[in-house]
Design a protein around this ligand. Sequence first.
Ligand code: FES
Length: 562
Amino acid sequence: MATELNRFSKTLTQEVTNPAAQAMLYGIGLKEADMEKPQIGIASTGYEGNTCNMHLNGLSVYVKQGVQANNDMIGLIFNTIGVSDGMTNGNDGMRYSLPSRDIIADSIETVVAAQWYDGVIAVVGCDKNMPGAIMAMARLDRPAIMVYGGTIRSGHYKGQKLDIVSAFEALGKKFANNISDEDYKGVIQNAIPGQGACGGMYTANTMAASIEAMGLSLPFSSSYPATHAGKQEECKKIGVAMKRLLELNLTPRDIITKESLENALTVVMALGGSTNAALHFLAIARAADLPLTLDDIQEISNRVPFIADLKPSGKYYMEDILEIGGVPAVMKYLYSKGLIHGECLTVTGRTLAEDLAEAPDLNFETQKIIFPLESPIKSSGHIQVLYGNLAPQGSVAKITGKEGLTFDGEAKICEHESEIITMLSQGEIKEGHVVVIRNAGPKGGPGMSEMLKPTSAVMGAGLGDKIALITDGRFSGGTHGFVVGHITPEAFDGGPIALVKDGDRITIDANTRQLIVHISDEEMAARKAAWVQPEPKFTKGMLGRYIRTVKSASEGCVTDEA
Ligand code: FES
């Protein structure tokens, strides 16, 4: 597919030979002098229904102004979809969240290739629309830049800073009778003060920071909050950057390399980013035809310490990062310590090292968000890839070290994530349990739902450091606690997670990177022989198609491969 599309890449101008196309371009208001100008597609995931995306159509207008102002280019805005993870978490709508990533990739690829745009700028702001946009850019391989919509400001209630996770954890407190009705309402009404993506180092900010590190957005794109004046400035100067990419014929596959993927994942580890980054960078690498495996991610985790005191496990928000020099300052520090490949190219048309030379320095005397590498929060990355007889093809754990490095306990099975809420409210989940939430994988869910509601409810119930939670689903970037997700093969495919029973002993060991259920091979084989594959929950529609096409979590859940 990429070869086919690449025929059209690296062209400075579009030769319009179709008279209907020319007529339509005149019809939308272009003049004869415009016909030879490069056309830049501006893909917006803006929509009114949630705070991460509500302002993106407005930012796209600034981007268009930037593209057209004195740059001899035409900017053409189009829209694609978005799904809010925050709003779909804990309900069946979440089934559509991860699939939305691939729909976004497909739709941007479709419009840009069909309309033969010379370049594309994606204005995106939530968990799935960033990796979706980057996957499309990698497939298209035409000059491309991502503009992040920006992080949200924190909310406030009774002197406490709040964000989206505060709302979920308030629910957990409600179940445990740890919050009054008035305070519950106060948290819900004040947690989200306006536009911007969820404010901790959750999936959106993780992807924004790591994509900037990979070189596909301008410096500081991930650091400016949505309401900061710098965000509008970034949009307005994007045209100059796009013009330079066109002149240099610098395309995404010049920028997305094995080394720049390593830079991205290095920033994920250093900042304590979301486990979803593992899933998305596997998919981005596949879109760019680059080899990247779970083992490569583990190798980066082995050598990059976790150094950021950011939520969900820490104290600070993404808005605080700008005050200490932004993500460029963090990258400059990592580069100075030999953890970043400086020779990688970025959308500035320069090397990352050249970009970082202009970044501010971190001041370890005054700022307390980023720890020195010599005294990190954890000496290796928090994302750990575990194997074992419960995850023969891998799983992804989030282990910051604050919860300890091993957990040994008794299995408590939830066939659906909603069961954990009932179990918690009835006191059935107790200290020492390893809660197994299965049938939540890419095919079985379908859609590999996030478990933010269960993990937040566990936190709210005061069991965060007393139980572990494992699943063939995935976790929100907002999740913290002792959690293992992405278990592969998933239950729907008859993976060992489908065969675990209540009371089985399970060991999670981040030292040996193992996920083990303590039953014999003979017992496992007997259970497998008795196992019957469930009927797919959907056979038609988007979810039916997703079940038939999606690859495993260890393969990035891509949907465009045979
Ligand atoms: Fe969009 Fe959290 S729901 S970033």
